[in-house]
Design a protein around this ligand. Structure first.
Ligand SMILES: Nc1ncnc2c1ncn2[C@@H]1O[C@H](COP(=O)(O)OP(=O)(O)OP(=O)(O)O)[C@@H](O)[C@H]1O
Length: 318
């Protein structure tokens, strides 16, 4: 991690709603004075309960939503005052991954057409980048004539990540990107985000409500509570020594406390030979389902193992 790819300073958002034409005005102070950096090649997690302002922060950071006040700096350039026309030139550098990939992939288009769209925007008309990117996200190259409906939720999320990558972004904003997936597929997609950080040096703002999942993927974690960023810390530090009472509350409620860690495999810390998802022994809430499934272990890379190691340290309170 070196210089910040994204810096937000003092971001605030007040939603103003009026009931009817002459009704009372209701103000919601959704986000108050939020500041943080996302370093190059860093995953910053943003966690908090529903309504705490995470999505609002993510959208303001991408300038998809106008902030009431505050500043957004992308790779050293202050884009706070960019016009919409000017924003177009930097938009490709920031890509949003949604919770529901079905809603973001046109069901009537083939995967080939969906993935050629970002390439066309870059003025490229051959499929080489597509094939390389599909390999990167763990998808087969022979799927270009299929449609999104022919894939599982996890595969569709990989495809939406592939489409985002084809824009050659510097920053991904993943807003609840694994929340709609079942727990074992969550582990695989989380693994993919960690791999992308390590292989491409991507910066990722990873937004979620589940501290166990956000903790696995993130280098640092920021905690949102009622619109305020109450704490930002390196993940291991946050798990070891939460400074804010709300963080401590989140940690106490995390399902990882439910079961003791299983014994470490004798041969290797992360035995792939034992079968099942390697996340399984480490995240108690993922355990039984993952072990029953035997996901494709060839997808499990070293980055994933380091994520597991970090989780294990966190879970064992090291
Ligand atoms: N368009 C809007 N108009 C009015 N209020 C809004 C709007 N969007 C969000 N809010 C309010 O702003 C607050 C923060 O919402 P936000 O969606 O950013 O939270 P969140 O932490 O992402 O929650 P969730 O995980 O449920 O999406 C909530 O009180 C929400 O009701």
């Amino acid at each position: 991690m070196s210089t910040a790819v994204l810096s937000v300073r003092g971001l605030s958002k007040t939603y103003v709603q009026r009931k009817g034409l002459f009704g009372a005005v209701k103000e919601t102070h959704a986000v108050r004075n939020v500041s943080f950096d996302v370093g190059r090649g860093e995953i910053l997690g943003l966690v908090g309960e529903s309504g705490s302002g995470k999505t609002t922060v993510g959208r303001m950071a991408m300038r998809l939503l106008e902030a009431t006040s505050g500043q957004v700096v992308l790779s050293g350039t202050d884009i706070t005052v960019y016009s919409h026309a000017r924003l177009r030139s930097v938009r490709r550098k920031m890509q949003l991954i949604f919770q529901d990939p079905s809603a973001s992939l046109n069901p009537r288009q083939t995967i080939g057409r969906i993935l050629r769209t970002p390439l066309a925007l870059r003025g490229i008309d051959n499929d080489q980048d597509i094939l390389e990117t599909l390999a990167l996200v763990g998808m087969s190259p022979d799927i270009l004539n299929r449609t999104p409906a022919m894939f599982s939720g996890g595969q569709r999320q990989r495809l939406s990540i592939a489409r985002a990558l084809l824009m050659q972004p510097e920053l991904l904003v993943a807003d609840e990107a694994v929340s709609a997936l079942d727990v074992c597929v969550q582990a695989q997609v989380v693994n993919l985000f960690v791999d992308l950080r390590d292989r491409l040096g991507l910066s990722i703002l990873f937004i979620g409500h589940d501290l166990a999942v956000v903790g696995v993927v993130s280098d640092r974690v920021g905690v949102m509570y009622r619109g305020v960023l109450v704490e930002v810390a390196r993940t291991a530090d946050l798990f070891r020594r939460p400074r804010h009472p709300y963080t401590a509350q989140l940690l106490a409620a995390a399902p990882r406390h439910g079961a003791p860690l299983p014994p470490e495999p004798a041969s290797s810390q992360f035995s792939q030979a034992s079968g099942g998802c390697v996340f399984a022994p480490l995240c108690s809430h993922m355990t039984s389902e993952c072990l029953n499934r035997q996901p494709d272990l060839s997808e499990v890379g070293p980055a994933h193992q380091s994520a597991c190691l970090r989780t294990e340290l966190q879970l064992s309170g090291v």
